[in-house]
Design a protein around this ligand. Structure first.
Ligand SMILES: C[C@@H]1N[C@@H](c2nc3ccccc3[nH]2)[C@H](O)[C@@H]1O
Length: 449
């Protein structure tokens, strides 16, 4: 262990109520919305092959042409209540919304730059109606904020000269001002999801970022900040020089999911996932592999089975409408959650040996186990290995309690649940009520003779 001033300030998970609420979410919605939503990955009849929200960095568009999009941003179809209703029906317990992406365009009327919605034809704050509508729908809000800001002349990818460092000092003040402004303006928000923090200039700001994180936490007790915000004084990100997680949860699972519990190192984490291969902002082309509802449900189940939250991304159009393909995915996910949410919300890693048929989750604080079945074996026999001295007292289909199962014990703490049919076409859940086998005192007494 090396001594660090700006490394992790806590080892192990946070144990407070605000973090327990976050841990229980299971399913979240990500929203990427901004000027990049207007071109949607296309410009001058050409298609940008990168992620649509990165189109400003493409040599197929001039920076001034991109920046002039601000004069065309007028999302007349924006309806925060409708967005929140779709998220609520999907079963999202929280939403992470881009307040400012790498391009620097602010969806709130920030006092510290003119590159905001206030300078657009729309004029009005977009974040407040979203926070209010989602909170009203019982959904918590986390604010996405990109440190990297291409619109700010003081931003630097690296600090090489005295001028760079003078400019970047101004940029650090600007960044702090905007973050404190967001916390002031939206007091019900639960956390900040930082991005754009990999460049050399920011990685060198260990002390500044550490102090800023402390200041924000003091301003908002319970505030949740992930591992992507700051680096330690050796430039280490996500995990400090001693391998300790920075921040409150691991934020490295972008478009990927851990396969084993060991990869999670006992930390809280979220996985943020796109519906296409790699498009966060609205992409008109909608090309390549588009994940199906069952694929997304399996990702959700896998995340919760390994102690994580699954955050599914939506990319509204420049006019404020949500594309029909995303609305139908949300609807189908919501239909499944309406029946099976008990196996997701407030659930955690069950501590059981993974099986090929799907994923185990366990209701936090109970011995209730859920079998989320995605791959029905041709045998119809689902293997379950419980901890020793644990038995299954009841087994039934979630949502159809009359459909019960009598496990076939094949050896100590190992059973088969035999399905009645192997022709299921969609994922389903079996509930196992388990109990510790208690020693029978009579038997103990007889032994004693
Ligand atoms: C949550 C996601 N993070 C941003 C991003 N920028 C990247 C640059 C290089 C590698 C990965 C990146 N992810 C994406 O634009 C999106 O906002």
């Amino acid at each position: 262990k090396v001594s660090l001033v700006h490394g992790a300030h806590r080892t192990g998970r946070r144990t407070d109520a605000a973090m327990a609420r976050w841990r229980a979410y299971g399913l979240g919605q990500f929203i990427h919305w901004g000027l990049y939503s207007i071109p949607g990955g296309e410009w001058d009849g050409k298609t940008y092959n990168g992620a649509a929200e990165w189109i400003r960095s493409w040599d197929g568009i001039t920076k001034s042409a991109y920046d002039s999009l601000i004069y065309h941003f007028n999302p007349v179809k924006f309806d925060a209540t409708a967005w929140a209703a779709a998220a609520q029906q999907m079963g999202a317990k929280y939403v992470t919304i881009t307040t400012k992406h790498h391009d620097g365009f602010c969806l709130w009327p920030s006092k510290y730059t003119s590159y905001t919605v206030a300078s657009s034809p729309y004029k009005k704050d977009l974040i407040k109606p979203l926070v209010d509508a989602y909170n009203k729908a019982g959904i918590d809000v986390i604010l996405y904020f990109s440190i990297m800001d291409w619109s700010n002349p003081d931003w630097r990818y690296d600090i090489k000269t005295k001028d760079d460092s003078i400019a970047f000092e101004r940029f650090k003040k600007f960044t702090r001002n905007q973050l404190l402004e967001l916390l002031e303006r939206y007091p019900t928000t639960k956390g900040l999801w930082f991005d754009g923090t990999w460049d050399n200039a920011w990685v060198k700001q260990a002390a500044f970022a550490d102090e800023l994180e402390t200041e924000m936490r003091k301003m908002r007790p319970g505030l949740i900040i992930g591992s992507r915000f700051r680096a330690d004084e050796n430039g280490k990100r996500h995990f400090d020089t001693n391998g300790q997680l920075m921040g409150d949860y691991e934020q490295g699972w972008e478009r990927k999911i851990p396969n084993t519990i060991t990869e999670v190192h006992g930390n809280d984490w979220d996985c943020v996932m796109t519906v296409p291969e790699n498009q966060w902002g609205y992409n008109a082309a909608w090309k390549g592999h588009i994940k199906t509802t069952d694929e997304l449900l399996e990702m959700l189940a896998k995340c919760v089975s390994l102690d994580g939250n699954f955050v599914l991304n939506f990319g509204p159009k420049g006019d404020g409408s949500i594309r029909k393909e995303e609305l139908s995915l949300a609807r189908e996910i919501g239909d499944w959650m309406a029946v099976n949410q008990e196996a997701i919300y407030g659930c955690e890693y069950a501590g059981l040996e993974p099986q090929n048929w799907g994923y185990f989750t366990k209701k936090t604080g109970t011995d209730k186990i859920y079998m989320l079945v995605f791959n029905v074996p041709v045998s119809g026999a689902l293997r379950v290995k419980l901890p020793v001295q644990t038995s299954i007292s009841k087994a039934y289909r979630l949502g159809q309690p009359a459909q019960t199962f009598v496990p076939e014990e094949i050896q100590a703490s190992e059973s088969f649940i035999h399905l009645k049919t192997t022709s299921e076409k969609h994922p389903f859940v079996i509930v196992l009520e388990t109990a510790k086998k208690t020693e029978n005192p009579k038997v103990k007494y007889e032994k004693a003779k």
